[in-house]
Each structure stands twice: as C-alpha cells, then as structure tokens.
Design a protein around this ligand. Structure first.
Ligand SMILES: NC(=O)c1ccc[n+]([C@@H]2O[C@H](COP(=O)([O-])OP(=O)(O)OC[C@H]3O[C@@H](n4cnc5c(N)ncnc54)[C@H](O)[C@@H]3O)[C@@H](O)[C@H]2O)c1
Length: 336
C-alpha cells in the first residue's frame, strides 16, 4: 500500500507491505553509491538484502543504543561518506529503529548540505512514528535530540516482515505510539488495536497509524500547532522516563504518562489494553525526580503546562495544568 505525504517539494511516498526489502529497486534508485546505516542489534540480513540490490553499497553498523545517536556516531558517518567519495547524487539508507533513522537522517541532511535519504524502519516505534515527519537529531551534552533538523526522506519503506524478529517488548513499546494516535484521533483504530491478538493483526494498525501521522505532519510540518497533539502522554512520560532510565523504554513511559491524562472510563480501557501487551499501568519511581525533569522541559513557561487530555476515545482537548496537579497525576501511576 502506498501512502503519499504531501509537503510541496518535500513530498514523498511511504510504501507498506510484506517482502518489500527484496523489491527495493521498484521503489528507489539504487544505481549509485548507497550508504546503508544499521546497528548491531538489527539482524544483519536486512542491511545485506538492501546491499545486494545496490550498485555500490557501503554498510555502516553502529553499536546498539542511544549512545550511537551522538556527535561521535555522526562524525563516523560523515567521515565514511567523505572517504567513500559520496557525491550529492548518492544516497543514505537507514535500516533500523529510531536510533539509526534519526542519526542517518541527520547525517544525510548535513552531508553536502543534504543528500538523498531513504528510511527503512525496522521497529514498530520507527514504523508508526519516528520515520514519518522528517525529524532527525542526535543527543548532545546529555540532552536528547537537541541538535537536529527537519529533513524529509525521499521514501519510507515499511516491510512488515522485519518485525518478526523484533522482541515482543519492543513491539509493545512502539504500539504505544499507535495507541496514542488512536486515543486522540481515531476511535475505530483504538477498537482495532483492542481486538489485535498477534503481530500480524498489527500490520493494518501500523498502516492506519502512519496515515494518521501523515495527516498531522501535512498540516503542521514544523510542529508549530496540531503536531503538538502527538505529545499526548509525553509531558508526564518524559518525567517518568527521566526518573526510570534505563529501566523503562520511551513508549513504556509514555504509556504511563497517558493514564492520568484521560477521563476515568478512558483510563479503564487504556489500562486493559496496556496490560494485554504487558505494559506497566503503575511503576515505582521517584516523583520528585520526575517533576524536576518536567519543570526543566518547560523552563521559561509560567506556572502551567499545556497538556493533551482525552475525555473520550478519538477526541482530545488541550488543557493548562499547573505543577501541583501534574505531581498529583504522577502519584496516580505510582506503584509496582
Ligand atoms: N524522529 C522522531 O520523530 C522520533 C520519534 C520518536 C522517537 N524517536 C527516537 O527513536 C529512538 C528509539 O527508537 P526505537 O524504539 O526504534 O529504538 P532502537 O532504534 O534503539 O531499536 C530498539 C532495539 O531493537 C533492535 N532492532 C531494531 N529492529 C529490529 C528487528 N527488526 N529485529 C530485531 N531487533 C531489532 C535494535 O538493534 C535495538 O536494540 C529514540 O532515539 C527516540 O529519540 C524519534
């Protein structure tokens, strides 16, 4: 299935389906130098399948984890592009999760002021969220995603088959972002996720979540308005993340962060759904540490924070929450 993202001169297609890796030349021009960026946790056969279809492939395999999304990781890719004499006509392809996609996208955005970039996301999180919207970045001086750019890919290739090797915990972690979009925008999609029992049930869910994100990105490419709705669960989630790292993954923290930000009946449904995917609905963390991170995130703002609230599934409203009420909200997800 093809989903067209319409952003004037930055428009591109997202292709979703099974077995797309082997048919890559149908979607992108690989008749040039191609740097394939992956990490050591992504089964090597995926990058190799891409390389086998390229005229002049160069594979760069990074260490697993956030530390690769760094100035060192960036330098390594830029050096490799330079050493292999990449020109403006050549291509960078990311084959991996959000870490690989964010770093490779930023490297492509900067090399010669921008060379072609194609994203092949291999985690649920990167398929439904990070590969769409053009945000790419590295972490710097201990601050996540602080140095980066909006740089749209030439194409995004979503091959469902690569998810078969993804650990269930990472499937659930990424599913949270789809749940977030369904809870705020699409009650029918929420019900579809509630019905999903196994991985293959998620393929149509992923396609619909991508389409929702597409609509939001088309309306607000540079995140000045509507795109802020995608922050549902993220205000408290970031606080929980700061207090729990590295024990919890990002999506797991967002899952917790969504719970106090919805009406009681919505919270009940959300809890049932999260439990089904072995996600926490309460966690033991230091509330003060979480509050410090929330205040730090919002520094410069007055005493309140704009948060996304879900009164009923499929609809949202923006609310002003003061710090005391955010702390009370955090206390409702405390526990083990
Ligand atoms: N750009 C954006 O808009 C945006 C949005 C959300 C998150 N992000 C970023 O995304 C990153 C997190 O992404 P993530 O959750 O995909 O984590 P990740 O990239 O670290 O991948 C998670 C793990 O899964 C492994 N893996 C990847 N694909 C696999 C596969 N098919 N089979 C088996 N193992 C596989 C990886 O090696 C890694 O160990 C963070 O850096 C976050 O800041 C960016």
């Amino acid at each position: 299935m093809k989903i067209h993202v319409s952003l004037q001169e930055n428009s591109y297609d997202i292709e979703t389906g099974n077995g797309l890796l082997t048919h890559l030349p149908d979607y992108i021009d690989l008749n040039r130098k191609v740097m394939i960026v992956t990490d050591a946790g992504v089964p090597a056969q995926y990058a190799q399948t891409v390389a086998d279809r390229c005229l002049e492939p160069v594979i760069e395999t990074l260490a697993v984890g956030e530390d690769s999304k760094s100035l060192q990781g960036f330098t390594r890719l830029e050096e490799s592009l330079l050493t292999h004499d990449f020109s403006r006509k050549d291509l960078v392809v990311a084959v991996g999760g959000g870490v690989v996609g964010d770093l490779a996208g930023f490297a492509a955005a900067c090399y010669m002021r921008g060379i072609d970039f194609v994203n092949i996301p291999t985690t649920v999180l990167s398929q439904v969220d990070s590969s769409i919207g053009g945000k790419c970045a590295i972490n710097f001086c201990g601050v996540k995603n602080i140095v980066g750019a909006f740089y749209q890919p030439k194409a995004v290739i979503i091959d469902h088959d690569v998810l078969k090797t993804l650990p269930r915990r990472h499937v659930a972690n990424g599913l949270v972002e789809a749940i977030k979009m369904a809870a705020t925008f699409d009650a029918a999609l929420f019900e579809e996720i509630e019905r999903a029992k196994e991985l293959s049930d998620l393929y149509p869910v992923i396609a619909r979540a991508i389409d929702l994100k597409r609509k939001v990105v088309e309306e607000d490419e540079k995140e000045t308005g509507l795109r802020k709705v995608l922050n549902f669960g993220h205000t408290l989630g970031h606080g929980v993340e700061a207090a729990c790292m590295p024990a919890l993954l990002h999506g797991e923290c967002v899952a917790l962060g969504m719970l106090p930000m919805c009406a009681p009946s919505v919270r009940t449904r959300l809890c049932d759904l999260l439990r089904k995917w072995d996600l926490h609905t309460a966690y033991d963390f230091d509330t003060d540490l979480a509050m410090d991170a929330i205040r730090h995130d919002k520094k410069g703002n007055s005493g309140s924070v704009t948060t996304v609230y879900v009164e009923q599934i499929g609809a949202y409203e923006m609310r002003e929450s003061d710090y005391d009420s955010l702390k009370e909200a955090l206390l409702t997800i405390q526990g083990s």
